[in-house]
Design a protein around this ligand. Structure first.
Ligand SMILES: [Zn+2]
Length: 65
């Protein structure tokens, strides 16, 4: 698998998540050995559903001049 950030080599790793409220502690994810990017099934799913970042979104920012 190729890293979407740097196009480096990604390896599959077994990671531990102590805060997972589903009861699952270990999960498999892809880890880029070049830049450190981590992609797990949740991240991949979210990126497929929302592939582009929200720009000019619904943030309520006030500008003072
Ligand atoms: Zn990378």
């Amino acid at each position: 698998m190729t890293c979407p950030r740097c196009e480096g080599l990604m390896v599959e790793e077994r990671l531990e998540d102590l805060r997972d409220d589903t009861g699952q502690i270990f999960f498999h994810a892809w880890h880029c050995i070049a830049c450190g990017e981590i992609l797990d099934p949740v991240i991949l799913s979210n990126r497929q559903q929302n592939p582009k970042p929200i720009r000019h979104g619904n943030r309520n920012l006030l500008v003072y001049n």
